[in-house]
Design a binder for this molecule. Structure first.
Ligand code: ADP
Ligand code: MG
Length: 608
């Protein structure tokens, strides 16, 4: 076989494979070109998820006939006047997007050159260009791409459905629209207008328009700077999270990126307050001198490399963590709204009128619920025992006999943010009265968080206090699990858990963390730690790995649902929550309490 130089069309088709993964990539390149050309209004009109047609119209500066011919050639760009790859000031710089698109589709460009006042048209099919001809295009540039990938059957075959491609395009338009809030964008899909964003909208209004008012109301504002690198944007409260990270919008110098380093920073910052499979919603703008960042990493320009990644990491993680800590024990307002919604009449039992006695709830279906005995708590009298609630999870036997409903004369704690405990229901929910309304606390979730935070405080002070077991707990396990556990035995010992090999196929647990108390199920605890070690990502920092283990352990020491508490215990838990940072959500990002204001209650009863 002889080495030969590939024909230009083939070279462009190969390049297109990298630059254009899917129609959304073509849309991205064309919108970026419009922005680079000084446009302030961009219209995107697609058919069939962009597979059939993509038309991008802008009001930018346009091109003259020579530029129009060159624009379709590879490595032809107007954006690198100084040949300086270290000082990139435009979104484009590689000069290969139009050539790539033209190599695999049918493209038609109409453009009005703002300098000469002339308008020109050019067409190109599978890389074969026509001569430019004059036309009557009034302003800016209109690029129409049809039958994308028709010239590369292999890529054509791997295209997804029009619906999926449409949503990828919409996501791309949203990303660019977030980065350019002063530009107007309109997205039309199959002749239907899907998005219309006015110009000069400003960050806040653009964000609300695209991500919803809920996000805006439930997010923390970020604004930080370190050594010439600035970070701004919004990040959701830990209790406002999604099932995937697609709702993370990251921008570096106005460029929408999907960068692993940045995504990792977000994960690290929220690791403590979110389950691994939940993701915060964030919109982050990172700005730095162009010389600090290399955007020439991948043809699609979605990844970047920072000259000093450590500074960037530190800046993002510490800003996010600070913001999370500063929101203290807040949970998002959507939690209260969700609560309220579930109280609304449409979700309620239907009550059947029964003149002979109290009406009984009927289930939503047709069969009446079985009659129940209703017991009423003694609301008039309450005895508050001098029991001191302690977080070490030892239950006072007397607590079981305490009244679960308390009068309001003796309790003067309404003024506290989480109010004064008035009742415990179903042995898991504390109902508390605040001066503005009421709070319902999930005692298990709250206690789990407090235990976790105490673990972390102990680690920072003198290390985790251990409690020896009278007789070691022998636990039979599979060999690989034993191996994994023993490999980490030193780390686990620092966390209060001493384990040793015990013959073949078992381990002996000598100590457990004292905070967990003496009622824990050690086997379940060990099993959870095995799962955690298996899931752990070795590239994570030691702190993250340790915190993940602590979080698992905290779950075991927590007040299980089903445990009765007296007033003092409950109030002590509430006071503890107020003092503890991040106690508004459990270690998995679920809220530990919900709050209903008197206004919410009035709305429930139709009083307003
Ligand atoms: P790059 O954007 O990297 O320069 P492209 O292939 O995307 O490469 O575009 C090539 C050139 O075509 C650009 O440098 C620009 O001069 C010109 N161009 C492309 N799109 C437009 C447009 N919408 N308006 C004006 N000029 C454009
Ligand atoms: Mg470009």
């Amino acid at each position: 076989m002889r080495i030969r130089y590939l024909p230009e069309t083939l070279i462009n088709q190969i390049a297109a494979g990298e630059v254009l993964e899917r129609p959304a990539a073509a849309v991205k390149e064309l919108i970026e070109n419009a922005i680079d050309a000084g446009a302030t209004t961009v219209e995107i009109d697609i058919k069939d998820g962009g597979k059939n047609q993509i038309i991008i119209t802008d009001d930018g500066l346009g091109m003259n006939s020579d530029e129009l011919v060159a624009a379709l050639d590879r490595h032809a760009t107007s954006k690198l006047p100084d040949d300086d790859l270290l000082n990139i000031k435009h979104l484009g710089f590689r000069g290969e997007a139009l050539a790539s698109i033209a190599a695999v589709s049918k493209i038609n460009i109409d453009t009005h050159d703002a300098v000469s006042g002339e308008s020109w048209r050019i067409t190109c099919e599978a890389g074969k260009k026509s001569q430019p001809v004059p036309c009557g295009h009034p302003k800016g540039t209109r690029i129409a791409v049809s039958d994308l990938f028709y010239a590369t059957p292999a890529r054509l075959k791997f295209q997804k459905s029009a619906r999926i491609e449409y949503s990828a395009i919409k996501d791309m338009v949203i990303r660019l629209a977030l980065a350019y809030p002063d530009h107007s964008f309109r997205l039309i899909s199959d002749s239907e207008q899907k998005l219309h964003l006015p110009s000069k909208q400003g960050h806040e209004a653009r964000l609300s328009a695209l991500l919803g008012r809920d996000f805006f109301n439930n997010s923390m504002h970020l604004d930080a700077e370190r050594e010439g690198i600035s970070l701004s944007g919004y990040a959701s409260l830990p209790t406002f999270h999604r099932g995937s990270s697609t709702h993370q919008y990251l921008f570096v110098n106005g460029r929408a990126v999907k960068d692993k380093l940045l995504q990792g920073c977000i994960r690290a910052a929220y690791a403590d307050v979110l389950a691994r499979d939940r993701h915060p919603v964030v919109v982050l703008f990172l700005n730095c001198p162009p010389t600090e960042v290399d955007v020439n990493v991948h043809p699609a320009k979605a990844e970047v490399r920072f000259r000093d990644a450590q500074i960037v990491r530190g800046l993002i993680i510490s800003s996010l963590k600070n913001a999370i800590h500063n929101t203290s024990f807040n949970t998002s307002s959507t939690v209260a709204n969700d609560t309220l919604r579930s109280f609304r009449p449409e979700n309620r039992f239907e009550f059947k009128h029964n003149p002979a006695g109290p009406s009984l709830p009927l289930s939503r279906g047709s069969t009446p619920a079985a009659p129940r005995q209703y017991a009423y708590g003694n609301l008039a009298e309450a005895r508050v025992s001098p029991y001191q609630y302690n977080l070490d999870n030892n239950i006072s036997p007397s607590a079981r006999n305490e009244q679960q409903v308390f009068s309001n004369q003796e309790i003067q704690e309404d003024a506290f943010p989480l109010g004064s405990a008035r009742a415990q229901i179903h042995e898991n929910y504390i109902i508390s009265q605040t001066d503005k309304g009421l709070v319902i606390v999930d005692q298990h979730a709250a206690h789990e968080r407090l235990t976790y935070e105490r673990f972390k405080a102990q680690i920072e002070e003198n290390g985790i206090e251990k409690q020896g077991l009278l007789t070691p707990d022998i636990i039979a396990l599979e060999d690989t699990d034993i191996h994994n556990l023993l490999a980490e035995s030193e780390k686990l010992s620092r966390l209060g858990l001493e384990i040793e090999a015990f013959g073949a196929g078992a381990i002996a647990v000598q100590t457990v963390p004292a905070i967990l108390g003496n009622r824990i199920n050690i086997r379940a605890l060990i099993q959870d730690i095995i799962d955690e070690l298996r899931d752990q990502d070795a590239t994570q920092s030691l702190e993250l790995q340790i915190n993940a283990i602590l979080s698992r352990m905290a779950c075991h020491g927590s007040v299980r649902s089903g445990r009765r508490m007296n007033a003092d215990e409950m109030n002590a838990l509430l006071r503890q929550m107020e003092k503890t940072p991040l106690s508004g959500q459990c270690n998995h990002g679920r809220p530990t309490y919900v709050e209903l204001s008197l206004k919410d209650l009035e709305r429930l009863f139709g009083r307003t």
